[in-house]
Design a protein around this ligand. Structure first.
Ligand code: ADP
Ligand code: MG
Length: 348
C-alpha cells in the first residue's frame, strides 16, 4: 500500500470545489440493499425495513490523531473507515454505510487526496459499506477527517455495554497490544531518521506490529462467528483505548465487577520480543495500548464449551459482584485493582 514518491502534484485550487468532489467521489459504488440514494443529491436516502439502525461518528485531526510522516495517506483513509466500522461491529450490528467529511489545507495536492480516497474506497469495499455522502471543505492548517458509520441489526441482536451479569465470562477476539508497540517502533525510527536521513529503517522484525498500527482491521466477522456458535453476547465494546479502560466501561455500565487473568491475555510472540527490547512489561502494553480494534464481550457461563477451543477467541476472565471490585489476577496470583489509563497515558 506504499505511496508512489514520484507522483505529480495538481493544486486543489485549480479544480474548484465541485470538480474536486466529483473527482474524489466518482469511484464509489453502491452494494447495500438499504441504500436507495447515495452521493449526488442534497441527502442520501436509506431504507432499513424492519431492521434497527445504529450510527457512530469519529473525528480525526492531523497532529492529534495521526502523523503523516509515518502514516501514508492511503493507510490513514483505510484506518479511518476501520475505526468507525469497528464501533458498529461493537454493537453486534452489520456495518452498511459511511459518510466521509474532509477539511483540507491547500498544501495537499489533488494526488494526496486521491491516495486518501483510495484507502477509504478499499476499506469500504472490503467491509461492504457504501459511501453515501460527505462534505469537502478547506482548512487553514492540516487535514481533518470525519467519518460517520451506519449499521443495521434486529433489536435482539444489538449488544450494549451494560448487559454483563455476575458469573458471565469475559472474552476477547484476536490479540492485544501490537498496534501500540507498532507505533512505538515507528516513532523510534522517525527519530533515528530525523538525526540522520541516510538511516533507512529496518523493520523486518516488526512487520506484524506495524501492520496492526498502520493497517488495522475491524472484527466484522465476530457477529457471524458468534451466530454460528449459537452464542448471544451479553455486553460488547471495541478495544480502541486499551483493554483495561474498555473493561471498566463494561463493568461500570453493567454494575458488575471483574476478575481478569494476566496469564490468559492473548499477546503475539512479536509483541513479547519487542517489549523486551524496549524494556516494557508486555501485560502493561496489552492492558493499556490502544487501537487494537478487537472486540471485548461477555457471554453466559453456559456457553463456555461452545467457545473454549475457538482460535478466534480467548476467555480472559469473568464478571463478579460490583462490590467485589475490578481486578487483574497476576501470574504470581496477586490481585491488583484495574486502572483505566488508556493509551495516551503511556506517552508520559
Ligand atoms: P451540498 O452542497 O449539499 O453540501 P456538496 O456539493 O458538498 O453538496 O456535495 C455533493 C455530493 O457529494 C453530496 O452527495 C455529498 O454528500 C457528496 N460529497 C461531498 N464531499 C464528499 C466526500 N468527501 N466523500 C463522499 N461524498 C462527498
Ligand atoms: Mg457540502
Amino acid at each position: 500500500m506504499l505511496e508512489d514518491k514520484n507522483q505529480k502534484k495538481t493544486s486543489l485550487a485549480s479544480l474548484g470545489e465541485f470538480k474536486l468532489i466529483e473527482h474524489l467521489t466518482k469511484h464509489f459504488t453502491i452494494s447495500q440493499e438499504s441504500t436507495i440514494k447515495g452521493i449526488g443529491d442534497d441527502a442520501a436516502v436509506l431504507d432499513f425495513k424492519e431492521k434497527k439502525v445504529v450510527v457512530s461518528t469519529d473525528l480525526l485531526v492531523e497532529g492529534v490523531h495521526f502523523d503523516l510522516s509515518y502514516m501514508p495517506l492511503k493507510h490513514l483513509g483505510y484506518k479511518a473507515v476501520v475505526a468507525n466500522v469497528s464501533d458498529i461491529c461493537a454493537m453486534n450490528a452489520q456495518p452498511t454505510q459511511i459518510t466521509v467529511s474532509l477539511a483540507v489545507s491547500n498544501r495537499f495536492p489533488l494526488e494526496a487526496l486521491e491516495e486518501l480516497m483510495a484507502g477509504i474506497t478499499l476499506a469500504a469495499s472490503i467491509y461492504g459499506v457504501d459511501v453515501i455522502g460527505g462534505d469537502t471543505t478547506s482548512s487553514q492548517k492540516g487535514l481533518i477527517i470525519s467519518i460517520t458509520a451506519l449499521g443495521e441489526a434486529s433489536l435482539d441482536e444489538i449488544t450494549y455495554r451494560n448487559g454483563a451479569q455476575v458469573g458471565d465470562l469475559l472474552v476477547v477476539s484476536g490479540d492485544l497490544g501490537a498496534a501500540y508497540m507498532g507505533l512505538q517502533v515507528l516513532e523510534r525510527e522517525k527519530q533515528v531518521f530525523q538525526v540522520n536521513p541516510n538511516n533507512q529503517p529496518i523493520l523486518d522484525d516488526y512487520t506484524y506490529l506495524i501492520e496492526r498500527q498502520l493497517k488495522p482491521e475491524a472484527r466484522k466477522d465476530v457477529k457471524e462467528l458468534l451466530e454460528k456458535l449459537e452464542i448471544k453476547p451479553t455486553a460488547m465494546i471495541d478495544i480502541s483505548d486499551g483493554l483495561s479502560s474498555e473493561l471498566l466501561h463494561i463493568c461500570k455500565q453493567s454494575h458488575v465487577g471483574c476478575n481478569l487473568y494476566e496469564e490468559k491475555i492473548p499477546i503475539d510472540p512479536q509483541l513479547i520480543n519487542v517489549c523486551e527490547e524496549f524494556s516494557i512489561d508486555s501485560t502493561t502494553i496489552a492492558l493499556n495500548g490502544g487501537e487494537d480494534y478487537e472486540l471485548l464481550f461477555t457471554i453466559k457461563m453456559d456457553d463456555y464449551d461452545k467457545i473454549k477451543h475457538n482460535p478466534n477467541f480467548t476467555v480472559i476472565g469473568h464478571m463478579v459482584a460490583e462490590n467485589e471490585g475490578t481486578h487483574l489476577i497476576t501470574r504470581a496470583n496477586t490481585k491488583i485493582a484495574l486502572k483505566a489509563r488508556g493509551w495516551n497515558a503511556l506517552e508520559e
